[in-house]
Design a protein around this ligand. Structure first.
Ligand SMILES: NC(=O)c1ccc[n+]([C@@H]2O[C@H](COP(=O)([O-])OP(=O)(O)OC[C@H]3O[C@@H](n4cnc5c(N)ncnc54)[C@H](O)[C@@H]3O)[C@@H](O)[C@H]2O)c1
Length: 336
Protein backbone atom coordinates (compact mmCIF):
# COMPACT_ATOMS: atom_id res chain seq x y z
CA UNK A 1 0.00 0.00 0.00
CA UNK A 2 1.17 3.54 -0.80
CA UNK A 3 -0.04 5.99 1.83
CA UNK A 4 -0.09 9.75 2.07
CA UNK A 5 0.06 11.01 5.65
CA UNK A 6 -0.70 14.69 6.22
CA UNK A 7 0.77 16.32 9.31
CA UNK A 8 3.31 13.49 9.64
CA UNK A 9 5.90 15.76 11.24
CA UNK A 10 3.67 16.43 14.25
CA UNK A 11 3.22 14.42 17.41
CA UNK A 12 0.71 11.73 16.43
CA UNK A 13 1.55 11.77 12.71
CA UNK A 14 5.24 11.02 13.34
CA UNK A 15 4.37 8.27 15.81
CA UNK A 16 1.99 6.82 13.18
CA UNK A 17 4.66 6.86 10.47
CA UNK A 18 7.11 5.13 12.82
CA UNK A 19 4.40 2.60 13.71
CA UNK A 20 3.70 1.76 10.04
CA UNK A 21 7.34 1.58 8.97
CA UNK A 22 8.08 -0.81 11.83
CA UNK A 23 5.03 -3.02 11.29
CA UNK A 24 4.69 -3.05 7.49
CA UNK A 25 8.07 -3.45 5.77
CA UNK A 26 6.59 -3.24 2.26
CA UNK A 27 4.54 -0.09 2.56
CA UNK A 28 5.49 3.24 1.02
CA UNK A 29 4.73 6.43 2.91
CA UNK A 30 4.65 10.06 1.87
CA UNK A 31 4.65 12.64 4.64
CA UNK A 32 2.97 15.88 3.50
CA UNK A 33 3.47 18.61 6.08
CA UNK A 34 3.66 22.40 6.14
CA UNK A 35 6.12 22.37 9.05
CA UNK A 36 4.32 24.87 11.22
CA UNK A 37 5.76 25.53 14.69
CA UNK A 38 4.34 22.08 15.63
CA UNK A 39 5.97 20.14 12.79
CA UNK A 40 9.44 18.80 13.49
CA UNK A 41 11.31 16.56 11.06
CA UNK A 42 13.75 15.57 13.79
CA UNK A 43 10.88 13.31 14.97
CA UNK A 44 11.56 11.10 11.93
CA UNK A 45 15.30 11.54 11.55
CA UNK A 46 15.96 7.79 11.64
CA UNK A 47 13.92 7.32 8.42
CA UNK A 48 15.53 10.06 6.31
CA UNK A 49 17.49 7.50 4.27
CA UNK A 50 14.72 4.90 4.21
CA UNK A 51 13.60 4.34 0.60
CA UNK A 52 10.05 3.60 1.78
CA UNK A 53 9.64 7.09 3.24
CA UNK A 54 9.59 10.51 1.60
CA UNK A 55 8.78 14.00 2.76
CA UNK A 56 7.00 16.79 0.87
CA UNK A 57 6.82 20.23 2.42
CA UNK A 58 3.35 21.47 1.55
CA UNK A 59 0.20 23.11 2.81
CA UNK A 60 -3.09 21.18 2.78
CA UNK A 61 -4.79 24.44 1.88
CA UNK A 62 -2.85 24.52 -1.42
CA UNK A 63 -5.09 22.38 -3.66
CA UNK A 64 -2.65 22.15 -6.58
CA UNK A 65 0.27 21.07 -4.43
CA UNK A 66 -1.90 18.56 -2.63
CA UNK A 67 -3.32 17.02 -5.82
CA UNK A 68 0.20 16.62 -7.15
CA UNK A 69 1.40 14.93 -3.96
CA UNK A 70 -1.59 12.59 -3.78
CA UNK A 71 -1.28 11.09 -7.28
CA UNK A 72 -1.41 7.29 -7.21
CA UNK A 73 -1.77 6.78 -3.47
CA UNK A 74 -4.00 4.03 -2.08
CA UNK A 75 -5.09 5.94 1.01
CA UNK A 76 -4.75 9.24 2.83
CA UNK A 77 -4.58 9.60 6.59
CA UNK A 78 -5.31 13.23 7.35
CA UNK A 79 -3.73 14.40 10.61
CA UNK A 80 -2.64 17.92 9.60
CA UNK A 81 -4.29 20.50 11.80
CA UNK A 82 -3.80 23.30 14.22
CA UNK A 83 -4.23 21.33 17.42
CA UNK A 84 -3.76 23.47 20.51
CA UNK A 85 -7.00 24.55 22.23
CA UNK A 86 -5.40 27.47 24.11
CA UNK A 87 -4.03 28.92 20.88
CA UNK A 88 -7.46 28.63 19.26
CA UNK A 89 -9.04 30.58 22.12
CA UNK A 90 -6.47 33.32 21.55
CA UNK A 91 -7.01 33.40 17.77
CA UNK A 92 -9.17 31.05 15.73
CA UNK A 93 -8.36 32.17 12.19
CA UNK A 94 -5.60 29.67 11.40
CA UNK A 95 -7.73 26.88 12.90
CA UNK A 96 -10.59 27.53 10.53
CA UNK A 97 -8.27 27.85 7.56
CA UNK A 98 -6.23 24.68 8.10
CA UNK A 99 -8.73 22.47 9.88
CA UNK A 100 -11.81 23.28 7.78
CA UNK A 101 -10.67 24.58 4.40
CA UNK A 102 -7.69 22.19 4.44
CA UNK A 103 -9.97 19.22 5.14
CA UNK A 104 -12.11 20.14 2.13
CA UNK A 105 -9.00 20.28 -0.07
CA UNK A 106 -8.12 16.74 1.02
CA UNK A 107 -11.70 15.52 0.49
CA UNK A 108 -11.75 17.10 -2.99
CA UNK A 109 -8.49 15.37 -3.89
CA UNK A 110 -9.94 12.02 -2.79
CA UNK A 111 -12.88 12.59 -5.15
CA UNK A 112 -10.87 13.96 -8.07
CA UNK A 113 -8.12 11.32 -7.97
CA UNK A 114 -10.52 8.51 -6.99
CA UNK A 115 -8.35 7.61 -4.03
CA UNK A 116 -9.84 4.43 -2.54
CA UNK A 117 -9.71 5.44 1.13
CA UNK A 118 -9.30 8.43 3.46
CA UNK A 119 -9.26 8.71 7.22
CA UNK A 120 -10.12 12.06 8.76
CA UNK A 121 -8.44 12.12 12.16
CA UNK A 122 -10.84 13.97 14.44
CA UNK A 123 -11.22 14.30 18.18
CA UNK A 124 -13.61 13.38 21.01
CA UNK A 125 -13.72 17.12 21.77
CA UNK A 126 -16.35 17.55 19.03
CA UNK A 127 -18.90 16.11 21.49
CA UNK A 128 -18.09 18.69 24.15
CA UNK A 129 -18.19 17.72 27.79
CA UNK A 130 -20.53 15.14 29.16
CA UNK A 131 -21.82 14.50 32.69
CA UNK A 132 -20.84 11.28 34.46
CA UNK A 133 -21.63 8.48 34.05
CA UNK A 134 -22.70 9.14 30.44
CA UNK A 135 -20.29 8.52 27.59
CA UNK A 136 -20.57 10.22 24.21
CA UNK A 137 -20.94 7.93 21.23
CA UNK A 138 -21.15 8.06 17.45
CA UNK A 139 -24.46 9.63 16.46
CA UNK A 140 -24.62 12.00 19.44
CA UNK A 141 -24.89 15.68 18.50
CA UNK A 142 -21.71 17.75 18.37
CA UNK A 143 -21.33 20.40 21.08
CA UNK A 144 -17.86 21.88 20.56
CA UNK A 145 -16.63 24.39 23.14
CA UNK A 146 -13.51 25.90 21.58
CA UNK A 147 -12.62 27.21 18.12
CA UNK A 148 -10.36 24.13 17.86
CA UNK A 149 -13.12 21.60 18.51
CA UNK A 150 -15.60 23.62 16.42
CA UNK A 151 -13.18 23.52 13.47
CA UNK A 152 -12.77 19.75 13.84
CA UNK A 153 -16.57 19.34 13.99
CA UNK A 154 -16.85 21.45 10.83
CA UNK A 155 -14.29 19.23 9.08
CA UNK A 156 -16.33 16.20 10.10
CA UNK A 157 -19.48 17.79 8.70
CA UNK A 158 -17.73 18.31 5.37
CA UNK A 159 -16.61 14.67 5.37
CA UNK A 160 -20.12 13.45 6.25
CA UNK A 161 -21.56 15.60 3.45
CA UNK A 162 -19.04 14.16 0.95
CA UNK A 163 -19.86 10.61 2.06
CA UNK A 164 -23.58 11.28 1.58
CA UNK A 165 -23.40 13.32 -1.61
CA UNK A 166 -20.50 11.70 -3.46
CA UNK A 167 -20.15 8.36 -1.67
CA UNK A 168 -16.66 9.58 -0.81
CA UNK A 169 -14.65 6.70 0.70
CA UNK A 170 -13.98 8.40 4.02
CA UNK A 171 -13.81 7.12 7.57
CA UNK A 172 -13.57 9.29 10.67
CA UNK A 173 -11.75 8.58 13.92
CA UNK A 174 -12.35 10.51 17.15
CA UNK A 175 -9.78 9.90 19.82
CA UNK A 176 -9.43 11.13 23.37
CA UNK A 177 -6.37 13.03 24.65
CA UNK A 178 -3.04 11.48 23.65
CA UNK A 179 0.32 11.58 25.40
CA UNK A 180 3.70 9.99 24.70
CA UNK A 181 7.02 10.65 22.95
CA UNK A 182 7.51 13.59 20.57
CA UNK A 183 4.57 15.62 21.87
CA UNK A 184 5.16 19.34 21.56
CA UNK A 185 5.85 20.66 25.06
CA UNK A 186 2.95 23.12 25.02
CA UNK A 187 0.50 20.29 25.84
CA UNK A 188 -0.17 19.33 29.48
CA UNK A 189 1.86 16.13 29.94
CA UNK A 190 5.10 17.15 28.15
CA UNK A 191 4.85 20.74 29.44
CA UNK A 192 4.67 19.49 33.00
CA UNK A 193 7.43 16.90 32.59
CA UNK A 194 9.85 19.32 30.92
CA UNK A 195 9.05 22.16 33.34
CA UNK A 196 9.76 19.88 36.28
CA UNK A 197 13.03 18.62 34.77
CA UNK A 198 13.99 22.30 34.38
CA UNK A 199 13.03 22.99 38.02
CA UNK A 200 10.01 25.11 37.03
CA UNK A 201 6.50 24.91 38.45
CA UNK A 202 3.54 23.46 36.55
CA UNK A 203 0.48 25.65 35.87
CA UNK A 204 -2.75 23.83 36.75
CA UNK A 205 -6.08 25.36 35.74
CA UNK A 206 -9.12 25.42 38.02
CA UNK A 207 -7.75 23.01 40.64
CA UNK A 208 -7.25 20.30 38.00
CA UNK A 209 -10.72 18.82 38.48
CA UNK A 210 -11.20 18.21 34.75
CA UNK A 211 -11.42 14.63 33.53
CA UNK A 212 -9.67 13.50 30.35
CA UNK A 213 -9.45 9.90 29.11
CA UNK A 214 -5.70 9.79 28.37
CA UNK A 215 -4.55 7.30 25.73
CA UNK A 216 -0.92 6.43 25.00
CA UNK A 217 -0.08 7.50 21.47
CA UNK A 218 0.94 4.05 20.17
CA UNK A 219 -2.54 2.78 21.07
CA UNK A 220 -4.07 5.59 19.01
CA UNK A 221 -1.77 4.58 16.13
CA UNK A 222 -2.85 0.94 16.30
CA UNK A 223 -6.50 2.02 16.31
CA UNK A 224 -6.10 4.18 13.19
CA UNK A 225 -4.17 1.37 11.52
CA UNK A 226 -7.03 -1.03 12.25
CA UNK A 227 -9.63 1.39 10.85
CA UNK A 228 -7.46 1.83 7.76
CA UNK A 229 -7.41 -1.93 7.10
CA UNK A 230 -10.68 -3.20 8.56
CA UNK A 231 -12.95 -0.18 8.96
CA UNK A 232 -16.15 0.28 6.96
CA UNK A 233 -16.20 3.20 4.54
CA UNK A 234 -18.51 5.97 5.68
CA UNK A 235 -18.29 5.01 9.36
CA UNK A 236 -16.88 6.94 12.32
CA UNK A 237 -14.98 5.27 15.17
CA UNK A 238 -14.56 6.67 18.67
CA UNK A 239 -11.23 5.69 20.25
CA UNK A 240 -10.68 5.80 24.00
CA UNK A 241 -8.71 4.18 26.78
CA UNK A 242 -11.87 4.18 28.94
CA UNK A 243 -9.62 4.48 31.98
CA UNK A 244 -11.36 3.06 35.03
CA UNK A 245 -11.39 4.80 37.44
CA UNK A 246 -11.43 8.06 35.51
CA UNK A 247 -8.58 10.43 36.27
CA UNK A 248 -8.53 14.16 36.84
CA UNK A 249 -5.84 16.50 35.58
CA UNK A 250 -4.82 16.93 39.23
CA UNK A 251 -4.21 13.17 39.52
CA UNK A 252 -2.20 13.10 36.29
CA UNK A 253 -0.15 16.02 37.60
CA UNK A 254 0.50 14.33 40.93
CA UNK A 255 1.59 11.11 39.17
CA UNK A 256 4.04 13.06 37.01
CA UNK A 257 5.33 14.92 40.09
CA UNK A 258 5.85 11.64 41.95
CA UNK A 259 7.62 10.01 38.98
CA UNK A 260 10.05 12.92 38.93
CA UNK A 261 10.49 12.91 42.71
CA UNK A 262 8.82 16.33 43.15
CA UNK A 263 6.26 17.51 45.69
CA UNK A 264 2.87 19.12 45.20
CA UNK A 265 4.45 22.50 46.06
CA UNK A 266 5.58 22.54 42.40
CA UNK A 267 1.96 23.06 41.32
CA UNK A 268 1.24 26.67 40.36
CA UNK A 269 -2.56 27.05 40.62
CA UNK A 270 -4.06 29.10 37.78
CA UNK A 271 -7.21 30.63 39.19
CA UNK A 272 -10.40 31.36 37.28
CA UNK A 273 -11.99 29.11 34.73
CA UNK A 274 -10.30 28.77 31.36
CA UNK A 275 -12.87 30.07 28.87
CA UNK A 276 -14.98 27.19 27.59
CA UNK A 277 -13.03 24.66 29.66
CA UNK A 278 -14.80 21.32 29.26
CA UNK A 279 -15.15 19.50 32.57
CA UNK A 280 -15.26 15.88 31.43
CA UNK A 281 -14.69 14.00 28.21
CA UNK A 282 -15.73 10.37 27.95
CA UNK A 283 -16.54 8.35 24.86
CA UNK A 284 -17.82 4.86 24.26
CA UNK A 285 -15.24 2.97 22.20
CA UNK A 286 -17.20 -0.29 21.82
CA UNK A 287 -17.48 0.12 18.03
CA UNK A 288 -13.73 0.05 17.40
CA UNK A 289 -13.27 -2.61 20.08
CA UNK A 290 -15.66 -4.80 18.09
CA UNK A 291 -13.13 -4.64 15.22
CA UNK A 292 -10.58 -6.20 17.57
CA UNK A 293 -8.80 -3.14 19.01
CA UNK A 294 -7.91 -2.59 22.62
CA UNK A 295 -5.34 -0.39 24.31
CA UNK A 296 -2.17 -2.20 25.37
CA UNK A 297 -0.51 0.43 27.56
CA UNK A 298 -1.97 1.28 30.98
CA UNK A 299 -1.96 4.89 32.11
CA UNK A 300 0.70 4.18 34.72
CA UNK A 301 2.94 2.35 32.22
CA UNK A 302 2.44 5.07 29.63
CA UNK A 303 3.29 7.87 32.05
CA UNK A 304 6.41 6.04 33.24
CA UNK A 305 7.63 5.54 29.68
CA UNK A 306 6.74 9.12 28.69
CA UNK A 307 8.63 10.59 31.65
CA UNK A 308 11.59 8.33 30.82
CA UNK A 309 11.48 9.38 27.17
CA UNK A 310 11.62 13.10 28.02
CA UNK A 311 14.42 12.42 30.54
CA UNK A 312 16.37 10.54 27.85
CA UNK A 313 15.67 13.06 25.09
CA UNK A 314 16.46 16.42 26.64
CA UNK A 315 18.21 17.55 23.45
CA UNK A 316 14.99 17.08 21.48
CA UNK A 317 12.69 19.07 23.75
CA UNK A 318 15.26 21.72 24.62
CA UNK A 319 15.67 22.39 20.92
CA UNK A 320 11.88 22.50 20.54
CA UNK A 321 11.41 24.83 23.50
CA UNK A 322 14.16 27.15 22.25
CA UNK A 323 12.89 27.07 18.64
CA UNK A 324 16.27 25.67 17.43
CA UNK A 325 14.59 22.71 15.73
CA UNK A 326 13.39 25.04 13.00
CA UNK A 327 16.99 25.58 11.90
CA UNK A 328 17.29 21.82 11.40
CA UNK A 329 14.86 21.56 8.54
CA UNK A 330 15.99 24.84 7.06
CA UNK A 331 19.44 23.24 6.73
CA UNK A 332 18.24 19.81 5.64
CA UNK A 333 15.32 20.76 3.43
CA UNK A 334 16.32 24.25 2.34
CA UNK A 335 13.00 25.70 3.36
CA UNK A 336 12.52 29.34 4.19
N1 LIG B 1 -3.06 15.43 20.44
C1 LIG B 1 -4.19 14.85 20.81
O1 LIG B 1 -4.37 14.55 21.99
C2 LIG B 1 -5.25 14.54 19.78
C3 LIG B 1 -6.36 13.77 20.17
C4 LIG B 1 -7.32 13.44 19.20
C5 LIG B 1 -7.17 13.89 17.90
N2 LIG B 1 -6.11 14.66 17.57
C6 LIG B 1 -5.99 15.09 16.18
O2 LIG B 1 -4.86 14.41 15.64
C7 LIG B 1 -4.22 15.22 14.66
C8 LIG B 1 -2.75 15.38 15.00
O3 LIG B 1 -2.63 15.98 16.29
P1 LIG B 1 -1.19 16.27 16.92
O4 LIG B 1 -1.38 16.39 18.38
O5 LIG B 1 -0.21 15.32 16.37
O6 LIG B 1 -0.93 17.72 16.32
P2 LIG B 1 0.45 18.51 16.17
O7 LIG B 1 0.10 19.95 16.40
O8 LIG B 1 1.53 17.90 16.99
O9 LIG B 1 0.85 18.31 14.64
C9 LIG B 1 0.15 18.89 13.58
C10 LIG B 1 0.98 18.72 12.33
O10 LIG B 1 0.22 19.26 11.24
C11 LIG B 1 1.08 20.07 10.46
N3 LIG B 1 0.27 21.10 9.80
C12 LIG B 1 -0.39 22.13 10.39
N4 LIG B 1 -1.01 22.88 9.46
C13 LIG B 1 -0.73 22.32 8.25
C14 LIG B 1 -1.09 22.62 6.91
N5 LIG B 1 -1.85 23.69 6.64
N6 LIG B 1 -0.66 21.82 5.92
C15 LIG B 1 0.11 20.73 6.19
N7 LIG B 1 0.51 20.41 7.45
C16 LIG B 1 0.08 21.18 8.46
C17 LIG B 1 2.08 20.66 11.44
O11 LIG B 1 3.26 21.12 10.81
C18 LIG B 1 2.32 19.47 12.36
O12 LIG B 1 3.34 18.65 11.87
C19 LIG B 1 -4.99 16.53 14.62
O13 LIG B 1 -5.90 16.48 13.55
C20 LIG B 1 -5.73 16.56 15.95
O14 LIG B 1 -6.92 17.30 15.85
C21 LIG B 1 -5.14 15.00 18.47
Amino acid sequence: MKLLITGGAGFIGSNFIRYLLKNYPDEVLINFDKLTYAGNLENLKEFEEDARYSFIKGDVCDANAFIEAAQGVDAIVHFAAESHVDRSIHSGHEFIHTNVFGAQVVIDAVKELKIPKMILVSTDEVYGDVDAPKKSKDGDPFKPSSPYSASKAAAESLAIAAIRTHEAPIMITRCTNNYGPYQFPEKLVPLFITNLIEGKKVPLYDGGTQIRDWLYVSDHCSAIDLVLRKGTLGEAYDIAAENDPEVTNREITETVLALLGKGNDMIEPVSGLRPGHDQRYAVDSSKIRSLGWEPTVTLKEGLVSTVTWYQDNEDWWKRVKSGDYQHYYQQHYQTS
